[in-house]
Design a protein around this ligand. Structure first.
Ligand code: AMP
Length: 417
């Protein structure tokens, strides 16, 4: 048997109602917030992610699925959606028509991480971006959209953590302070962090090696390096969140794993899973679009991971229960052609119907109807055939009625109303 690629997963039919629920809820919330869907491809030129996400990041250094295609071009499966979306915005000059653009995309991302519970190599994200507006209230609006997706799905045990990672100016001072601090621990940092010290000391803060984490816990805080305008920006974001009544926690050690973030950064964490298994995260990026060849405007976005979100939703939720309007029980070969016509007629009228054409006992068919979550069972046997009628059983009340064959559609529609 050929099995799945390690770290990849199937969404099986029993899980797909939950999946559809998450996707539909996210879409409904985002469209209510004024976002529209964009569907970029899942593969880009590698250079896009190197430039967008940053050369010295775990994603670019270790986790991308990169290969040379048959034409000799170096391509990568997308590890995240922001860089792709901004490439599309720049390439199609979307901001010329709409100076503030709100877009979302839902689809698979690929990172060759070490698989564990809630960590996959292919995972689905809902990604939403507001591009072209740098008002702190817009940051709060993005956070509010992420929060609304979570609450509307009924996900529990989640907390919004926010921070400001400053602008390029604050960051250059902070970088020096971090280099000074970590130089004192040089012998104890992992080889990757020793290398990061020169190139990108902020990435030491999200190293997954335990000892590096212990040392990073004592590192200077970015919030102490913020200049007055970044401080003011952060203050206004919090003010707007307070006005919106969105609960949050300030987490001065959260820096996020991608280089492009500036000012506001946020994560939605599960109290039990902690920040290493966040359900979602995002932040503002001041220079990313400019770096990718677009206009020099700021944006703010977030991504929510569907696998991690699904972990917080109960499988027994009635919203994910299988359901069907009608099961047509065909009893005997004579009834088959009438069954086929009834099934077809009902379906043409927008009614969901299942049946089995091969021989099955009534008992087995009732069991199947129950499993399928059918509201009504329509029985067609010899007697019914002779009288041009069907017997309809309501699966919840167990009441039965005899309905004329040309009345079945109207009958089911009446029952559904
Ligand atoms: P990031 O793009 O790293 O900020 O991730 C945003 C969200 O995507 C996370 O909060 C997770 O929910 C999800 N995510 C990121 N990496 C993985 C992964 N390897 N497996 C499953 N979900 C992931």
């Amino acid at each position: 048997m050929i099995t799945l690629v390690k770290g990849f997963h199937d969404v099986l039919p029993d899980e797909s109602p939950k999946w559809a629920f998450m996707v539909n809820t996210a879409k409904a919330v985002l469209e209510r917030f004024g976002y529209r869907e964009i569907i970029p491809p899942i593969m880009e030129k590698t250079e896009l992610f190197v430039r967008g996400i940053g050369q010295v990041t775990d994603i670019v250094e270790k986790e991308m699925y990169t290969f040379e295609d048959r034409g000799g071009e170096t391509l990568s499966l997308r590890p995240e959606a922001t860089a792709s979306i901004l490439r599309a915005v720049a390439e199609h000059s979307l901001l010329r028509r709409e100076p503030v653009l709100k877009v979302y995309c839902i689809g698979p991302m690929f990172r060759r991480e070490r698989p564990s519970k809630g960590r996959f190599r292919q995972f689905f994200q809902v990604d939403a971006e507001i591009i072209g507006d740098d008002c702190p209230y817009t940051d709060a609006e993005a956070i509010a959209a992420a929060h609304a997706i979570m609450t509307e799905m009924g996900a529990t045990g989640l907390m919004m953590e926010i921070n400001s990672v400053g602008c390029v100016h604050c960051r250059s001072g902070y970088r020096k302070r971090l280099q000074e601090f970590f130089s004192g621990w040089l012998g104890e940092l992992c080889p990757d962090c020793t290398r990061r010290l020169e190139a990108n000391p902020m990435r030491i803060l999200d190293c997954k090696v335990e000892r590096c984490g212990e040392i990073a816990a004592r590192a200077p805080l970015i919030t102490d390096s913020l200049d007055s305008s970044c401080r003011e920006h952060f203050h206004e974001v919090r003010e707007a969140l307070d006005l919106l009544g969105i609960p949050y926690r300030i987490e001065p050690r959260m820096v996020r794993g991608l280089d492009y973030y500036t000012r506001t950064a946020f994560e939605i964490v599960h109290d039990e899973l902690g920040r290493s298994k966040a359900v979602g995260g995002g932040g503002r990026y001041d220079s990313l679009l400019g770096e990718l060849g677009g206009p020099d405007v700021s944006g703010i976005g977030f991504a929510i991971g569907l696998e991690r979100l699904a972990m917080g939703l109960s499988d027994d939720d009635p919203r994910f229960r299988r359901s069907m309007d009608v099961y047509v029980a065909i009893l005997g070969e004579q009834a088959r052609s009438m069954g086929l016509t009834v099934v077809n007629d009902l379906r043409r009228h927008g009614i969901s119907v299942e049946t089995r054409y091969s021989k099955m006992s009534l008992k087995a068919q009732m069991k199947l109807a129950d499993k399928l979550g059918a509201s009504l069972v329509m029985m067609i046997g010899d007697d019914e055939l002779a009288g041009g009628e069907v017997t309809v059983r309501d699966m919840s009340t167990r009441e039965q009625a005899v309905v004329k064959i040309d009345e079945v559609v109207r009958y089911v529609q009446g029952e559904r109303a």
